[in-house]
Design a protein around this ligand. Structure first.
Ligand code: HSE
Length: 403
């Protein structure tokens, strides 16, 4: 029997207990040992809940119990999670976490501590919720140079954008509905401003290049400026608008960003709607490979966490090699990154006038919209665009990924 402890009895923590109880026999068979939840740590009481008898409030009970071999950290936030995880690894306990803030900030160091102590630090659920993506990158996609990651990495914003697209509603209206239905947090900033997706693309990029990508270095734009009118144009162009986390290697320089993109009907991620996530990787040998599924939610996320517990049990005295060193990966300057743009400027501006400034453009016209001019630019560096747009009154600009 292997004893584990769960730190945090919130949505994911209670999901972990539920997954283990529901699929007990199956999970034990896969792990080769019976998995027993010995403790649940939470500050709160849960009278009447099955975990009442195993609930503890003091972490030292878990840390100092040598019978606990695996710690599941699902508290969220950097501290005290970081301290608890470090202490567990140093005590020879493996740790499985869903905590993307922790992994993005301290992943490399925690992997190093795990290696030193011949245990494992596993974080499958930190990106893409229930979608297997960390293990495939580490263990399956070991041959290719991955030169592009493009992912819909946040369920809340994908739900909002899908609703805006389908129902022609304003951002604020959909956000309010999403909050009422529990799909969006009361404080939605981390999701709608792109910070959550930023941590996730930082983790994926770090794993792909084996070095520390600091999330603070990633250009991040959320979806708060996307309007109903943008979707009217998107529909007219047979496209949609998605918040993408991207990292792209261009001739050895890696550019990483989170921003809304206009994507075409033939883009692999176009069918990823609602709360679903999709992650598209491109390898130099493999070509495209895509991962799709529920990027959030109690049971899908818990399923990924418990899959790590099974892995930790199977590799009790072996460190699973994960290449992610503390050495900083310097990212390319976003101003040097070239992409396409969908642009709206105030007033009626002729194609000639636009082309004098931007070079070739394609006008996008929609019946009944006469107070502005919309157009597409095929490819231009960010810095050049930012300079050239000064000659016009910008309404909105959305990057495109149409080819
Ligand atoms: N708030 C996140 C999302 C949860 O909406 O995707 C999963 O990380």
């Amino acid at each position: 029997m292997i004893n584990i402890a769960v730190l945090g009895y919130g949505t994911v923590g209670s999901g972990v207990v539920e997954v283990i109880n529901t699929n007990q026999k199956h999970i034990n068979k896969r792990a080769g040992k019976e998995i027993n939840v010995k403790y649940v740590l939470d500050l709160r009481e849960f009278p009447g809940d099955p975990v009442e008898k195993i609930l503890v409030h003091d972490y030292s009970t878990i840390l100092n119990d040598d019978d606990v071999k695996v710690v599941v950290e699902v508290m969220g936030g950097v501290e005290p999670a970081n301290t608890f995880v470090r202490q567990a690894l140093e005590k020879g306990k493996s740790v499985c976490t869903s905590n993307k803030e922790l992994v993005a900030k301290h992943g490399a160091e925690l992997l190093e501590i795990a290696k030193k102590n011949n245990v494992n630090f596993l974080f499958e659920a930190s990106v893409g919720g229930g979608i297997p993506i960390i293990r495939p990158i580490n263990q399956s996609l070991t041959v290719d140079h991955i030169d592009e990651i493009s992912g819909i990495l946040n369920g809340t914003t994908n739900y909002i954008l899908t609703k805006m697209a389908d129902e022609g509603l304003a951002f604020d209206t959909v956000l309010k509905q999403a909050q009422e239905m529990g799909y969006a947090e009361r404080n939605p900033e981390a999701d709608v401003c792109g910070y959550d997706a930023c941590r996730k693309i930082a983790i994926l990029t770090s794993l792909v290049y084996g070095k520390q990508v600091d999330y603070e270095d990633i250009y991040t734009e959320g979806i708060t400026e996307i309007t109903e009118r943008d979707f009217v144009y998107a529909k007219a162009m047979n496209t949609s608008i998605k918040l993408l986390g991207r990292s792209i290697n261009i001739d050895g320089t890696v550019y990483a960003m989170v921003a809304p993109f206009v994507i075409g009907a033939d883009h692999c991620l176009i069918g990823v709607n609602g709360v679903y996530n999709g992650i598209l990787l491109h390898g130099d040998m493999l070509d495209n490979v895509m991962f799709y599924g529920r990027g959030a939610g109690k049971l899908p996320t818990a399923s990924a966490v418990v899959s790590d517990v099974v892995d930790a049990v199977k590799h009790r005295h072996t460190n699973i090699m994960t290449i992610w060193s503390k050495e900083k990966k310097v990212l390319g300057d976003i101003n040097e990154f070239a992409c396409g743009y969908f642009v709206r400027v105030k007033g009626a501006v002729s194609k000639d006038e636009l082309e004098k400034v931007f070079g070739e453009v394609e006008l996008v016209t929609v019946e009944d919209i006469t107070d502005e001019t919309a157009f597409l630019i095929k490819s231009m560096k960010e810095a050049d665009f930012n300079e050239k747009i000064k000659s016009f009154e910008l309404v909105n600009r959305i990057r495109t990924s149409l080819n």
